[in-house]
Design a protein. Structure first.
Length: 687
């Protein structure tokens, strides 16, 4: 069971009331919420006020006069150079406002409280020995947390703790420190300008394990803090500022987090980093290992590694600090998910071989999970690795099954029968129509779940590419038809590539028409689910080449123009490393980002086939195509032309042909260069 949500508080409020005028004391005792009182303000010629975290209360209807201020000054200690005074053996602080002549015309009487248990929310960092810097707005509890940390380290962990108490606010006024700091020793500072000297003196003379310092505010004090940290002493302190960003922008105190300097990179280094020549970098290791931002009394934001946090902020990367809060159930922690950083580079297995050596192409079929898509697919789709009525082609696209469109029609006809298992919207209902356009949701970067193909309008080809595309399609179809014919008759009849002139595109159109439902909403699979359309936003890559890759693979992909329209983003490594605004916006929206090696059609096709799980590996598909083509050539002594491949795959194809005692020649120009196989006696006219 969680501990009760309470702190033991000692405020010695009566000692402060004894120093105030009787009329004001009577008014304070009449207040309902004295436990929440922060300070009492007395300004000459104005009515006295009691201040709370959420507001103020007027104590008297009359104005404060000089006698009231003199009464308080006579009952407290003397004011120092910082215009602060205290009450002996208490934690209260009285600050003075003076006129030009040095006469006191205003007083701020802050109530000091020793609150035990406040560091429970950061106890793990206090006990590890790391240096801690506590930040927050005035009056939020920085000094209270500092005081409790000194007591815990001295009493509970038996460490040698020295408190450098410049204004006697940590351990109270007088020669005897307040019991709130436990066994920790207190060193007073004669004048605030000498605080840095007392800090160094504490390290040199008293051999502390921990030094506690309040309000580091000058460059000399920041340098003294660095000296202490470099000597291996744990340092716990507070600094002026609300957040870590404020500290980085403060030239006086930025040394506490390592300092910031402008660096001019050489041409080669700037190209390697893909950045400008002038960049900001951290100058030195940070003085403090951990920065704690106090948001309110029971809620803090923790930067557990200041060095990494500052480096990320200088690169412009999003941060993931740890949020902690305390309530009746205890301390809670919430760690935000870190975003990828260009300095961490791109792990090879993150993109499955797209940007370097790694695990290669994904081999597991099936869905990645309901969280991958907003459409919420379930049930039989998880195991859907193939499509009824279609077969995977050697180039990575889907082709009609052998036997014509009947197979596809049968697959579509079987869809409604499986409707109950697939869900209520699997029968062409409006829910299915909505699912057709359901966008993707990022699970993680480059998460590749297989997505089945729907019906989407393909962009029109460019005129200058039309002839080359037609030739490439003919080459691919020629080899595919020859292999299909060989398998269909199992080698019992003659096969001639030149005689196989059936229009493969017409077969595909008939298969698509037979597989479409009566409303024309899209293809059906065995689970009777209407499949979504993928919207890809190209960044730094050719839109025309992407459209050509989509057209060749015949995928339900639409090229988006805005981030808010996209389901995924496709870019190249240089764009991703530079963290362009579009890439950052995509990361903020948690869109999957696919990174290509180069701006080429094969790379785009590889990425698309990986997303849609059309092939396990293009190289394996090309080698299988070569094996089947070798069988055709050896059986019928007819030449067969293979699909265009890269130089490495073509070399493997030539080696396979040589082992089979066949003649092989490469023809065409990149990226459409392909291998043609001939029987042994034949000689090719191309060289």
């Amino acid at each position: 069971m969680a501990e009760p949500f309470e702190h033991e508080t000692i405020d010695d409020l009566d000692a402060l009331l004894d120093a105030l005028p009787p009329e004001i004391v009577t008014a304070i005792r009449a207040l309902e919420n004295r436990e929440g009182l922060i300070e009492v303000v007395m300004d000459l010629g104005r009515r006295p006020e009691a201040r709370y975290p959420e507001g103020e209360a007027t104590l008297l209807e009359r104005e404060v006069n000089e006698a009231d201020i003199a009464y308080v000054v006579d009952h407290i200690g003397s004011f120092g150079d910082d215009n602060r005074a205290g009450i002996e053996r208490t934690l209260h602080r009285i600050s003075a406002i003076r006129n030009r002549n040095g006469k006191i015309v205003g007083l701020t009487c802050r109530i000091g409280r020793a609150v035990y248990g406040t560091i429970e929310i950061i106890a793990d960092f206090v006990e590890t020995g790391k240096s801690l810097l506590i930040m927050g707005r005035p009056g939020i509890g920085k000094t209270t947390m500092l005081r409790e940390a000194a007591r815990v380290l001295a009493d509970d962990l038996d460490k040698r703790v020295v408190v450098v108490d410049t204004s006697n606010e940590i351990a109270g006024d007088g020669d005897i420190p307040h019991p709130a700091i436990g066994k920790a020793r207190r060193m007073q500072v004669r004048t605030p300008s000498l605080q840095h000297e007392v800090m160094i003196e504490a390290v040199e003379n008293h051999m502390p394990q921990v030094i506690v310092i309040d309000e580091i505010g000058t460059e000399l004090e920041a340098q003294a803090a660095r000296t202490i940290a470099e000597r291996g002493v744990q340092l716990i302190g507070t600094a002026h500022g609300n957040t870590l960003d404020n500290l980085m922008l403060n030239p006086t105190l930025s040394d506490l987090i390592g300092g910031i300097q402008s660096v001019t990179l050489g041409d080669e280094e700037a190209r390697r980093r893909r950045s400008q020549k002038s960049v900001l970098e951290r100058k030195a290791p940070p003085t403090f290992d951990v920065v704690i931002e106090i948001q309110d009394r029971e809620r803090v934001l923790v930067h557990g590694d200041v060095a990494d946090t500052v480096d990320a902020m200088l690169r412009g990367d999003p941060l993931a600090p740890e949020l902690r809060w305390r309530d009746e159930e205890g301390v809670h922690r919430s760690q935000a998910r870190p975003r990828p950083s260009p300095r961490e580079q791109l792990a090879a297995d993150r993109f499955s071989g797209l940007i370097g050596s790694g695990a290669g192409w994904r081999t597991e079929p099936g869905w990645r999970g309901d969280a991958g898509y907003r459409g919420g697919f379930s049930g039989p789709e998880r195991g859907a690795g193939t499509r009824p009525g279609f077969r995977p082609g050697a180039s990575g696209s889907w082709r009609p099954a052998r036997g014509g469109p009947a197979g596809a029609a049968a697959g579509a006809a079987a869809g409604p029968a499986a409707g109950p298992a697939a869900g209520p919207s699997g029968d062409g209902s409006p829910g299915a129509s909505a699912r057709l356009d359901a966008p993707f949701v990022a699970g993680d970067i480059a998460d590749r779940g297989p997505v089945e193909r729907g019906t989407a309008p393909a962009p029109e080809p460019r005129a200058r590419d039309a002839r080359e595309l037609s030739r490439q399609r003919e080459w691919r179809e020629s080899a595919s038809r020859a292999i299909d014919a060989l398998k269909a008759d199992e080698g019992t009849g003659p096969v001639n590539v030149a005689d196989l002139e059936a229009d493969d595109e017409a077969l595909m159109d008939r298969a698509l028409a037979s597989a479409a439902d009566e409303n024309g909403e899209g293809l059906r699979v065995a689970s009777s689910e209407t499949l979504p359309t993928l919207r890809v936003l190209p960044q730094g890559i050719s839109r025309k080449r992407l459209e050509q890759a989509i057209r060749e693979l015949q995928l339900p992909v639409i090229v988006a123009r805005e981030v808010d329209e996209a389901d995924v983003v496709m870019t190249i490594r240089s764009e991703y490393k530079q963290k362009t605004p579009l890439v950052r916006e995509a990361e903020e929206r948690n869109l999957p980002i696919y990174v290509l090696k180069s701006n080429t059609i094969p790379q785009m096709q590889s990425s698309l086939t990986s997303i849609f799980a059309l092939e396990v590996d293009p190289r394996e598909a090309a080698l299988r195509e070569t094996e089947e083509a070798i069988g055709v050539v050896m059986q019928r002594s007819e030449p067969v032309e293979l699909s265009p491949q890269n130089a490495y795959v073509r070399r493997l194809q030539h080696q396979m042909a040589e082992r089979a005692n066949l003649v092989s020649r490469s023809r065409g120009r990149e990226p459409y260069r392909r291998v043609r196989l001939y029987p042994d006696p034949a000689k090719s006219p191309w060289h």
